[in-house]
Design a protein around this ligand. Structure first.
Ligand code: ATP
Ligand code: MG
Length: 781
């Protein structure tokens, strides 16, 4: 084992070895993308264990559970599986959910508390808004949840909120004076249901560690070595947990890259990196500079991009890897064409270079962009997988089954109850459920408890309805008895039949209905795996409660077994930490990336740029940047210009697959020093590249369904004899024209008007083509 360890250490460069070999004390590794931070953490953990540190005493926090699993596998390769399996490793949420289960009663929660996913939370907030008779167009449930989430992650409890006039004022200013009340109701309802939401898992952990010094001591003693990956994206709540736990032994190792901090909008706090040195004594700071992931062109281009950010730590990133191909830039007319380009490129590369589907990733700024990509991939029969959509466990039929199971474990769970009390239909109508909810709120009890005592409470229900409610209670209680004697697989199978769920789906003979039944079978397979695995591990029964906890915290990245040969589609936010041989970054357009919603301040723009840095540095060998000149957004065809981020890359690293645009160049003056919190309308008046004033579409033109600002040709950058944008010109049938790529041709016909004006042209080479005049670069000769 010692020899294997030596081998792994010797495979690291000297800079990487240093943080592995320093056994004790606080340390921070700040380094650029692909420099081996995650690898350093992995080898460091293995090395600690080989030096006799007990796996039980090590806590490693990662960005996804998938990352934790992979790390554990690597460590198991070095120290053996039996040792590695005792490591505490996972996301903040999954690790502290486990601890809260053990300690929950101190906080007044049952140990079988439910974890509400964001669907549950949003529904509950919507319900509260309805009960309070507020306008749901002003109080949008998702937004309200976002606000509450911010409060929780900043440790602002309901009490703290009502003690803080500034926060109340801010909410009142944004037309939500009753947000505090919603917050309060939401917290009470969750508590009454024995439920925690995602943010509670951190908030309650903090509460636990501050209110109960003995508990803090216990976990400080337990986690003598703490390691955190992607430290730049920890929020305040997470930061406080790490600080509290590591306070006694101070064996804390965090790794991160300030240039990859991309979750500020969710409360991540870059100061956690900057303050680290102040929080501990004798902090060792390590830097890694060599990138092992990407070819030189990609590394240099990424450096170009991030150089434009002002707020950053000084860092060097270089690579000894080969130059590799240049980054390819592609322009298309529409998003549909962009999709076809990506799909056909993947198709060709697979043919030519014998590549697998899973060596390609398509990254985008917004989820909506996946549709055009999917359409194109499907047409080419290229298998793909979208990450970050609904996780398997959030599909309706699966969530229905899970809701019954949640009730078995915690009958107070209001969201689960409301979901299935009348599904499949059993004659318990909405009015009845409303009456139950009102009564439950009144008695400060759960709905289930009200149902248990329905005989003693006068809700003006007829005896038939009462009997149905009692039947439901009896059914859930019968499941609870089974759960005490059988494993989770047996119970789930029983539940799907006994509740009538399967029969209900069978009635629906459509392909969708059949697919739903298959999904439920898949769920059963998953539970079977889980129970078998559990039995193997520690002779446990395969507890349902543990399965439900895994499920509540699963993201669909976690379901990825990795051996699927599919093209990966995901937002850039999800791609953090991952790597792929070929990466397409699509939708490289102003207002999309950088997002129109993130251009109000320099700091927002810089976060967008870091996002681009993350995207580009996922590529090992080849990166493509693609953009469309127009795309459908919000149901409208919108014209766009190439993203400034493309221009920030030095031309020597780029290869343009389509002619470089000159007419549309949009040189923003954003990076001038005047940038403060300027208002957006001013930014819109970015100057053209040189002094020539932009041409506007004349008012007499028919109004095209396009963003007019984008149509101003900036002539300053065009060659003097160069191409003219002709869509409001005097082109007539019979004109002989010259086209940049197609050469000489004759105008046969003209149609449409304004921005949609097209010319049919017969070229000497290439035949007849129809060109949209606002894009076509033509000269009349
Ligand atoms: P990110 O910032 O994107 O999270 P990172 O700094 O965590 O990146 P890793 O993912 O650990 O970087 O490493 C990037 C790639 O380089 C991985 O494929 C890793 O196996 C490889 N690598 C790291 N260090 C070395 C090394 N010393 N020799 C060879 N390959 C290495
Ligand atoms: Mg990493």
């Amino acid at each position: 084992e010692k020899n294997i360890m030596q081998k792994y250490i010797s495979q690291l460069n000297e800079a990487q070895q240093a943080p592995v070999l320093q056994k004790d004390g606080p340390m921070i590794v700040i380094a650029g993308a692909g420099s081996g931070k995650t690898r350093v953490l992995t080898v460091r953990i293995a090395n600690l264990m080989s030096q006799g540190v007990d796996a039980f005493n090590i806590l490693a926090l990662t960005f996804t559970n998938k990352a934790a699993r992979e790390m554990k596998k690597r460590i198991a390769d070095i120290v053996g599986n039996n040792e590695a399996k005792n490591l505490w490793m996972g996301t903040f949420h999954s690790v502290f959910a486990k601890i809260l289960r053990i300690e929950s009663e101190k906080l007044g929660y049952p140990s079988n508390f439910t974890i509400y996913d964001s669907q549950d939370s949003v529904r509950l907030i919507g319900q509260i808004i309805k009960e309070m008779q507020l306008d749901k167009d002003i109080y949008k449930p998702k937004q309200v949840l976002g606000r509450i989430s911010q409060y929780k992650n900043s440790l602002i409890t309901v009490k703290a909120y009502f003690n803080n006039p500034e926060l109340q004022e801010a909410d009142a200013m944004s037309k939500k004076p009753r947000l505090g009340e919603i917050y309060q109701n939401y917290v009470e309802r969750c508590f009454k249901s024995g439920a925690m939401d995602f943010d509670d898992l951190l908030l309650k952990t903090n509460e636990l560690l501050t209110r109960f010094p003995d508990v803090l001591m216990k976990y400080q003693d337990r986690f003598r070595y703490i390691l955190v990956d992607e430290y730049q994206d920890t929020n305040h709540s997470q930061y406080l947990i790490v600080r509290a736990l590591s306070d006694r032994f101070q064996n804390i190792c965090v790794v991160g890259d300030d240039a990859q901090s991309i979750y500020a909008f969710r409360g991540a706090n870059i100061n956690n990196i900057l303050n680290f040195q102040k929080d501990y004594e004798n902090v060792q700071m390590y830097r890694l500079e060599q990138n092992y992931r990407s070819s030189k062109n990609i590394v240099e281009a990424a450096n170009n991009v991030i150089d434009n950010n002002k707020t950053k730590l000084d860092k060097v990133v270089w690579t000894a890897n080969e130059d590799g191909p240049k980054i390819k830039v592609h322009r298309s007319l529409t998003d549909g064409e962009e999709g076809r380009f990506v799909a056909s490129t993947i198709f060709e590369e697979k043919m030519q270079k014998q590549m697998h589907n899973n060596e390609f990733a398509i990254l985008y700024r917004t989820n909506a962009q996946s549709r055009a990509m999917e359409d194109a991939l499907r047409k080419r029969d290229i298998p793909y997988r979208i990450y970050g959509g609904l996780s398997f466990y959030q599909r309706k039929e699966i969530k229905d089954v899970l809701s019954y199971l949640r009730l078995v474990i915690n009958p107070k769970d209001e969201e689960a109850l409301v979901r299935v009390i009348n599904y499949p239909a059993r004659g318990i109508g909405d009015t009845t459920v409303e009456k139950l909810t009102v009564a439950a709120n009144h008695y400060k009890r759960s709905i289930f408890e009200v149902m248990e005592h329905i005989d003693k409470i006068d809700l003006k229900l007829n005896s038939g309805t009462k009997a149905k409610l009692q039947d439901f209670v009896t059914m859930i209680k019968s499941f609870q008895i089974i759960n005490e004697n059988q494993d989770a697989f047996y119970l789930t199978d029983h539940v799907t039949k006994k509740t009538g769920l399967i029969q209900e789906l069978k009635k629906d003979g459509t392909p969708e209905g059949i697919a739903r039944i298959e999904n439920i079978e898949e769920l059963l397979n998953g539970i079977k795996d889980f129970t078998e695995g559990q039995k193997e591990v520690d002779g446990a029964r395969g507890a349902l409660s543990e399965f439900l906890e895994d499920v509540a915290l699963a993201t669909d990245l976690d379901n990825d077994t990795g051996d699927d040969d599919r093209v990966a589609l995901m937002t850039i936010h999800l791609a953090k930490g991952l790597e792929f041989p070929t990466v397409f970054i699509v939708g490289m357009e102003e207002d999309l990336f950088p997002s129109a919603m993130s251009m109000n301040t320099r700091s927002e723009l810089e976060e967008e740029r870091r996002l681009f840095y993350v995207a580009l540095t996922r590529a090992e060998h080849q990166a493509y940047l693609t953009y469309a000149q127009s795309r459908y957004r919000w149901g409208k065809l919108v014209d766009s210009e190439p993203s400034r981020f493309v221009e920030e890359i030095n031309d020597q690293y780029l290869e343009y697959l389509t002619p470089v645009e000159t007419n549309y160049r949009y040189k923003p003056s954003f990076d001038a020093d005047i940038f403060g919190d300027v208002d957006k309308s001013k930014l819109r008046l970015a100057k053209p590249v040189s002094g020539t004033p932009p041409k506007y579409i004349t008012d007499s033109d028919p109004k095209p369904n396009l963003n007019i600002r984008k149509l101003k040709p900036v002539s300053g950058n065009a060659p003097s004899n160069g191409n003219t944008n002709l869509f409001d010109s005097k082109l007539t049938v019979g004109n002989i024209v010259m086209h940049e790529r197609f050469g000489k041709g004759e105008v046969l016909n003209l149609e449409g008007a304004g921005a949609d004006k097209k010319a049919e042209i017969r070229f000497e080479v290439g035949g007849i083509k129809k060109l949209l005049l606002r894009f076509a670069k033509l000269d009349v000769i």
